[in-house]
Ligand binder design. Structure first.
Ligand code: NAP
Length: 309
Protein backbone atom coordinates (compact mmCIF):
# COMPACT_ATOMS: atom_id res chain seq x y z
CA UNK A 1 0.00 0.00 0.00
CA UNK A 2 1.69 3.17 -1.28
CA UNK A 3 3.12 1.38 -4.32
CA UNK A 4 3.11 4.56 -6.43
CA UNK A 5 5.78 6.03 -4.15
CA UNK A 6 9.51 5.60 -4.46
CA UNK A 7 10.02 3.22 -1.56
CA UNK A 8 6.88 1.21 -2.38
CA UNK A 9 7.65 0.64 -6.04
CA UNK A 10 11.32 -0.17 -5.46
CA UNK A 11 10.49 -2.55 -2.61
CA UNK A 12 8.02 -4.28 -4.95
CA UNK A 13 10.73 -4.58 -7.59
CA UNK A 14 13.26 -6.02 -5.10
CA UNK A 15 10.70 -8.57 -3.94
CA UNK A 16 9.83 -9.61 -7.47
CA UNK A 17 13.54 -10.03 -8.16
CA UNK A 18 13.86 -12.41 -5.19
CA UNK A 19 11.78 -14.93 -7.19
CA UNK A 20 9.90 -16.18 -4.17
CA UNK A 21 6.62 -14.30 -4.36
CA UNK A 22 3.94 -15.77 -6.64
CA UNK A 23 1.64 -12.78 -6.61
CA UNK A 24 2.44 -9.16 -5.95
CA UNK A 25 -0.33 -6.58 -5.61
CA UNK A 26 0.58 -2.94 -6.13
CA UNK A 27 -2.05 -0.88 -4.33
CA UNK A 28 -2.39 2.90 -4.69
CA UNK A 29 -4.98 5.65 -4.74
CA UNK A 30 -7.14 5.95 -7.86
CA UNK A 31 -5.29 9.07 -8.99
CA UNK A 32 -2.10 7.02 -9.17
CA UNK A 33 -3.52 3.94 -10.89
CA UNK A 34 -1.96 4.70 -14.30
CA UNK A 35 1.38 5.16 -12.56
CA UNK A 36 1.35 1.75 -10.89
CA UNK A 37 0.06 0.09 -14.06
CA UNK A 38 3.14 1.50 -15.77
CA UNK A 39 5.32 0.21 -12.92
CA UNK A 40 3.95 -3.34 -13.23
CA UNK A 41 4.43 -3.42 -17.01
CA UNK A 42 7.99 -2.20 -16.61
CA UNK A 43 8.63 -4.81 -13.88
CA UNK A 44 7.25 -7.60 -16.10
CA UNK A 45 9.86 -6.72 -18.73
CA UNK A 46 12.63 -6.86 -16.13
CA UNK A 47 11.36 -10.20 -14.79
CA UNK A 48 11.32 -11.67 -18.31
CA UNK A 49 14.99 -10.74 -18.57
CA UNK A 50 15.61 -12.56 -15.27
CA UNK A 51 13.51 -15.64 -16.22
CA UNK A 52 11.14 -14.96 -13.34
CA UNK A 53 7.48 -15.94 -13.53
CA UNK A 54 5.33 -13.74 -11.31
CA UNK A 55 1.87 -12.21 -11.30
CA UNK A 56 1.84 -8.45 -10.63
CA UNK A 57 -1.52 -6.75 -10.23
CA UNK A 58 -1.87 -2.96 -10.07
CA UNK A 59 -5.05 -1.88 -8.37
CA UNK A 60 -6.87 0.77 -6.35
CA UNK A 61 -9.60 -1.72 -5.40
CA UNK A 62 -9.08 -2.91 -1.85
CA UNK A 63 -10.87 -6.20 -2.67
CA UNK A 64 -7.71 -7.21 -4.52
CA UNK A 65 -5.75 -7.23 -1.29
CA UNK A 66 -7.95 -10.02 0.05
CA UNK A 67 -6.10 -12.85 1.83
CA UNK A 68 -2.62 -11.39 1.40
CA UNK A 69 0.17 -13.08 3.37
CA UNK A 70 2.07 -9.84 4.00
CA UNK A 71 1.04 -6.23 3.50
CA UNK A 72 3.71 -3.54 3.34
CA UNK A 73 2.54 -0.02 4.15
CA UNK A 74 4.73 2.67 2.62
CA UNK A 75 1.89 5.16 2.05
CA UNK A 76 2.50 8.53 3.62
CA UNK A 77 4.10 11.88 3.27
CA UNK A 78 7.88 11.61 3.13
CA UNK A 79 10.02 14.13 4.97
CA UNK A 80 11.73 16.78 2.89
CA UNK A 81 15.26 18.07 3.38
CA UNK A 82 15.57 19.66 6.83
CA UNK A 83 12.44 17.96 8.25
CA UNK A 84 12.46 15.50 11.13
CA UNK A 85 10.53 12.22 10.98
CA UNK A 86 8.28 13.42 13.84
CA UNK A 87 6.97 16.37 11.78
CA UNK A 88 5.04 14.04 9.49
CA UNK A 89 3.58 11.93 12.28
CA UNK A 90 0.00 13.17 12.51
CA UNK A 91 -0.89 13.20 8.78
CA UNK A 92 0.76 9.82 8.31
CA UNK A 93 -0.97 8.30 11.33
CA UNK A 94 -4.36 8.94 9.72
CA UNK A 95 -3.29 7.11 6.55
CA UNK A 96 -1.66 4.21 8.42
CA UNK A 97 -4.66 3.79 10.73
CA UNK A 98 -7.13 3.76 7.83
CA UNK A 99 -5.04 1.30 5.79
CA UNK A 100 -4.42 -0.98 8.80
CA UNK A 101 -8.16 -1.20 9.47
CA UNK A 102 -8.67 -2.20 5.82
CA UNK A 103 -5.93 -4.84 6.08
CA UNK A 104 -7.62 -6.29 9.17
CA UNK A 105 -10.92 -6.46 7.28
CA UNK A 106 -9.64 -7.91 4.00
CA UNK A 107 -6.59 -9.92 5.12
CA UNK A 108 -7.23 -10.81 8.76
CA UNK A 109 -4.48 -13.46 8.79
CA UNK A 110 -1.77 -11.31 7.26
CA UNK A 111 1.39 -9.77 8.65
CA UNK A 112 1.78 -5.99 8.40
CA UNK A 113 5.20 -4.48 7.73
CA UNK A 114 5.11 -0.73 8.37
CA UNK A 115 7.60 1.53 6.57
CA UNK A 116 5.87 4.92 6.80
CA UNK A 117 7.69 7.36 9.10
CA UNK A 118 8.06 8.00 11.97
CA UNK A 119 8.08 4.25 11.81
CA UNK A 120 8.12 3.35 15.52
CA UNK A 121 5.04 5.48 16.17
CA UNK A 122 3.36 4.26 12.96
CA UNK A 123 3.94 0.62 13.95
CA UNK A 124 2.05 1.28 17.18
CA UNK A 125 -0.75 2.98 15.19
CA UNK A 126 -0.97 -0.02 12.81
CA UNK A 127 -1.00 -2.46 15.71
CA UNK A 128 -3.86 -0.72 17.49
CA UNK A 129 -5.88 0.04 14.33
CA UNK A 130 -5.60 -3.52 13.00
CA UNK A 131 -6.19 -5.20 16.35
CA UNK A 132 -3.64 -7.85 15.27
CA UNK A 133 -1.42 -9.77 17.67
CA UNK A 134 1.91 -7.90 18.26
CA UNK A 135 3.83 -10.74 16.58
CA UNK A 136 2.07 -9.84 13.30
CA UNK A 137 2.80 -6.11 13.12
CA UNK A 138 6.30 -4.71 12.92
CA UNK A 139 8.21 -1.88 11.31
CA UNK A 140 11.31 -1.27 9.23
CA UNK A 141 13.74 1.21 10.68
CA UNK A 142 16.73 0.05 12.66
CA UNK A 143 17.41 -2.81 10.23
CA UNK A 144 18.24 -0.12 7.68
CA UNK A 145 20.28 1.82 10.27
CA UNK A 146 22.15 -1.40 11.10
CA UNK A 147 22.94 -1.93 7.40
CA UNK A 148 24.27 1.63 7.23
CA UNK A 149 26.58 1.09 10.22
CA UNK A 150 27.67 -2.24 8.75
CA UNK A 151 28.63 -0.50 5.53
CA UNK A 152 30.61 2.20 7.30
CA UNK A 153 32.57 -0.33 9.37
CA UNK A 154 33.23 -2.47 6.29
CA UNK A 155 34.60 0.57 4.47
CA UNK A 156 36.67 1.68 7.45
CA UNK A 157 38.36 -1.71 7.89
CA UNK A 158 38.30 -2.55 4.16
CA UNK A 159 36.61 -5.83 5.02
CA UNK A 160 33.74 -7.65 3.30
CA UNK A 161 30.36 -6.48 4.71
CA UNK A 162 29.37 -10.05 5.52
CA UNK A 163 32.13 -10.12 8.19
CA UNK A 164 30.56 -7.23 10.12
CA UNK A 165 27.95 -8.04 12.72
CA UNK A 166 26.42 -4.96 14.24
CA UNK A 167 23.04 -3.71 15.32
CA UNK A 168 21.30 -0.42 15.86
CA UNK A 169 18.26 -0.45 18.17
CA UNK A 170 15.90 2.07 19.78
CA UNK A 171 14.24 4.74 17.64
CA UNK A 172 14.58 5.02 13.86
CA UNK A 173 15.58 8.65 14.33
CA UNK A 174 17.85 10.80 16.48
CA UNK A 175 17.36 8.44 19.45
CA UNK A 176 18.80 5.38 17.73
CA UNK A 177 21.25 3.32 19.79
CA UNK A 178 24.15 1.62 17.99
CA UNK A 179 25.19 -1.44 20.00
CA UNK A 180 28.91 -0.80 19.76
CA UNK A 181 29.64 -3.07 22.75
CA UNK A 182 28.45 -6.16 20.86
CA UNK A 183 29.69 -5.25 17.38
CA UNK A 184 32.06 -7.84 15.97
CA UNK A 185 34.26 -8.28 12.92
CA UNK A 186 34.84 -11.81 11.78
CA UNK A 187 33.58 -12.97 15.19
CA UNK A 188 36.02 -10.72 17.10
CA UNK A 189 34.52 -8.02 19.30
CA UNK A 190 35.25 -4.55 17.96
CA UNK A 191 36.99 -3.49 21.18
CA UNK A 192 39.49 -6.34 20.68
CA UNK A 193 39.81 -5.79 16.94
CA UNK A 194 40.40 -2.03 16.89
CA UNK A 195 43.30 -2.08 19.31
CA UNK A 196 45.21 0.54 17.35
CA UNK A 197 42.55 3.07 18.36
CA UNK A 198 42.17 4.54 14.87
CA UNK A 199 38.40 4.23 14.72
CA UNK A 200 36.29 7.30 15.49
CA UNK A 201 33.22 5.39 16.67
CA UNK A 202 31.44 8.49 17.93
CA UNK A 203 31.80 10.16 14.51
CA UNK A 204 30.59 7.01 12.77
CA UNK A 205 27.53 6.81 15.02
CA UNK A 206 26.68 10.45 14.20
CA UNK A 207 26.98 9.59 10.51
CA UNK A 208 24.54 6.69 10.89
CA UNK A 209 22.04 8.94 12.67
CA UNK A 210 22.25 11.47 9.83
CA UNK A 211 22.60 8.95 6.98
CA UNK A 212 18.96 9.21 5.85
CA UNK A 213 18.98 13.03 5.88
CA UNK A 214 22.30 13.05 4.03
CA UNK A 215 20.82 11.00 1.17
CA UNK A 216 17.59 13.05 1.16
CA UNK A 217 19.63 16.27 0.86
CA UNK A 218 21.46 14.84 -2.15
CA UNK A 219 18.74 12.95 -4.10
CA UNK A 220 15.44 13.97 -2.49
CA UNK A 221 14.66 10.61 -0.86
CA UNK A 222 16.06 7.30 0.22
CA UNK A 223 14.93 4.41 -1.92
CA UNK A 224 17.24 1.46 -2.63
CA UNK A 225 18.36 1.03 1.00
CA UNK A 226 14.84 0.87 2.48
CA UNK A 227 13.53 -1.19 -0.43
CA UNK A 228 16.18 -3.90 -0.08
CA UNK A 229 15.75 -3.83 3.71
CA UNK A 230 12.01 -4.48 3.21
CA UNK A 231 12.85 -7.33 0.87
CA UNK A 232 15.29 -8.81 3.48
CA UNK A 233 12.57 -8.83 6.12
CA UNK A 234 9.89 -10.34 3.86
CA UNK A 235 12.23 -13.02 2.53
CA UNK A 236 13.15 -13.96 6.11
CA UNK A 237 9.47 -14.31 7.01
CA UNK A 238 8.25 -16.14 3.91
CA UNK A 239 11.16 -18.58 3.94
CA UNK A 240 10.71 -19.11 7.70
CA UNK A 241 14.45 -18.38 8.05
CA UNK A 242 14.50 -17.67 11.84
CA UNK A 243 17.05 -14.89 11.32
CA UNK A 244 17.56 -12.30 14.01
CA UNK A 245 16.76 -8.94 12.44
CA UNK A 246 16.08 -5.61 14.09
CA UNK A 247 12.52 -4.46 13.58
CA UNK A 248 10.26 -2.04 15.37
CA UNK A 249 8.26 -4.31 17.68
CA UNK A 250 5.73 -3.86 20.45
CA UNK A 251 7.44 -4.25 23.81
CA UNK A 252 5.73 -5.70 26.85
CA UNK A 253 8.60 -5.66 29.33
CA UNK A 254 10.91 -8.07 27.42
CA UNK A 255 13.83 -5.59 27.37
CA UNK A 256 14.72 -3.47 30.39
CA UNK A 257 11.10 -3.70 31.55
CA UNK A 258 9.93 -1.27 28.84
CA UNK A 259 6.23 -1.60 28.00
CA UNK A 260 3.54 -0.34 25.66
CA UNK A 261 5.72 1.20 22.97
CA UNK A 262 7.12 0.05 19.62
CA UNK A 263 10.91 0.27 19.34
CA UNK A 264 13.67 -1.24 17.24
CA UNK A 265 14.85 -4.45 18.92
CA UNK A 266 16.38 -7.72 17.75
CA UNK A 267 13.73 -10.35 17.06
CA UNK A 268 13.67 -13.88 15.68
CA UNK A 269 11.60 -13.73 12.49
CA UNK A 270 9.81 -16.65 10.88
CA UNK A 271 6.68 -17.53 8.96
CA UNK A 272 4.44 -16.40 11.83
CA UNK A 273 6.16 -13.04 12.18
CA UNK A 274 7.98 -12.21 15.41
CA UNK A 275 8.70 -15.50 17.16
CA UNK A 276 10.75 -14.05 19.98
CA UNK A 277 12.01 -10.68 21.15
CA UNK A 278 15.64 -11.28 22.04
CA UNK A 279 16.55 -10.11 25.55
CA UNK A 280 19.66 -7.98 25.42
CA UNK A 281 22.66 -7.24 27.54
CA UNK A 282 23.85 -3.68 27.03
CA UNK A 283 26.44 -1.51 28.74
CA UNK A 284 25.32 1.38 30.99
CA UNK A 285 25.51 4.02 28.24
CA UNK A 286 23.53 1.89 25.80
CA UNK A 287 20.90 1.10 28.45
CA UNK A 288 20.48 4.79 29.28
CA UNK A 289 20.20 5.68 25.57
CA UNK A 290 17.67 2.88 24.98
CA UNK A 291 15.52 4.07 27.90
CA UNK A 292 15.68 7.63 26.61
CA UNK A 293 14.58 6.40 23.13
CA UNK A 294 11.65 4.59 24.76
CA UNK A 295 10.61 7.74 26.64
CA UNK A 296 10.83 9.87 23.50
CA UNK A 297 8.87 7.47 21.28
CA UNK A 298 6.25 6.85 23.97
CA UNK A 299 5.58 10.59 24.30
CA UNK A 300 5.31 11.03 20.50
CA UNK A 301 3.05 7.98 20.30
CA UNK A 302 0.66 9.37 22.94
CA UNK A 303 0.37 12.67 21.06
CA UNK A 304 -0.37 10.85 17.82
CA UNK A 305 -2.88 8.43 19.38
CA UNK A 306 -4.62 11.42 20.97
CA UNK A 307 -4.89 13.11 17.53
CA UNK A 308 -6.59 10.00 16.13
CA UNK A 309 -9.42 10.04 18.72
P1 NAP B 1 6.72 9.10 -1.91
O1 NAP B 1 7.56 8.72 -3.06
O2 NAP B 1 6.25 10.51 -1.79
O3 NAP B 1 5.44 8.14 -1.88
C1 NAP B 1 4.43 8.35 -0.95
C2 NAP B 1 3.36 7.30 -1.17
O4 NAP B 1 2.34 7.53 -0.19
C3 NAP B 1 2.71 7.38 -2.53
O5 NAP B 1 2.33 6.09 -2.94
C4 NAP B 1 1.48 8.24 -2.25
O6 NAP B 1 0.41 7.97 -3.12
C5 NAP B 1 1.11 7.72 -0.87
N1 NAP B 1 0.29 8.70 -0.17
C6 NAP B 1 0.59 9.99 0.13
N2 NAP B 1 -0.43 10.58 0.76
C7 NAP B 1 -1.42 9.64 0.85
C8 NAP B 1 -2.73 9.64 1.39
N3 NAP B 1 -3.24 10.71 1.99
N4 NAP B 1 -3.45 8.50 1.31
C9 NAP B 1 -2.94 7.40 0.72
N5 NAP B 1 -1.71 7.33 0.18
C10 NAP B 1 -0.95 8.44 0.25
O7 NAP B 1 7.46 8.73 -0.53
P2 NAP B 1 8.52 7.57 -0.27
O8 NAP B 1 9.89 8.13 -0.43
O9 NAP B 1 8.13 6.36 -1.01
O10 NAP B 1 8.33 7.35 1.31
C11 NAP B 1 7.16 6.73 1.80
C12 NAP B 1 7.17 6.69 3.34
O11 NAP B 1 8.21 5.81 3.78
C13 NAP B 1 7.46 8.05 4.00
O12 NAP B 1 6.71 8.19 5.17
C14 NAP B 1 8.95 7.94 4.33
O13 NAP B 1 9.33 8.82 5.37
C15 NAP B 1 9.02 6.49 4.74
N6 NAP B 1 10.36 5.88 4.74
C16 NAP B 1 10.64 5.04 5.77
C17 NAP B 1 11.86 4.41 5.84
C18 NAP B 1 12.15 3.47 6.98
O14 NAP B 1 13.29 3.00 7.12
N7 NAP B 1 11.16 3.16 7.81
C19 NAP B 1 12.83 4.65 4.85
C20 NAP B 1 12.49 5.49 3.79
C21 NAP B 1 11.24 6.10 3.73
P3 NAP B 1 0.08 8.91 -4.39
O15 NAP B 1 1.04 8.51 -5.46
O16 NAP B 1 -1.34 8.57 -4.71
O17 NAP B 1 0.26 10.34 -3.94
Amino acid sequence: MGASGRVGRTAAFCLAEENMVSKLVLFAREKSLARIEGESLDMYDAMAAKDIRISILSTCDIENLKDSDIVVITAGVPRKAGMSRSEIAIPNAKIVAEYSRLVAEYSPNSIILVVTNPVDVMTYVALKASGFHPSKVFGLGNHLDSLRLRNMLAKHFNIHVSEIHTRVIGEHGDHMVPLVSSTSIGGILLKNYALDGTIDMEGMVKKVINAGSYVINKKGSTEFGPAYAVSNIITTVLNDEKKILTVSAYLDGEIKGIKDVCLGVPVKLGINGIERIIPLKMNDNETAAFKSAAKFVKERTSEVMESLK
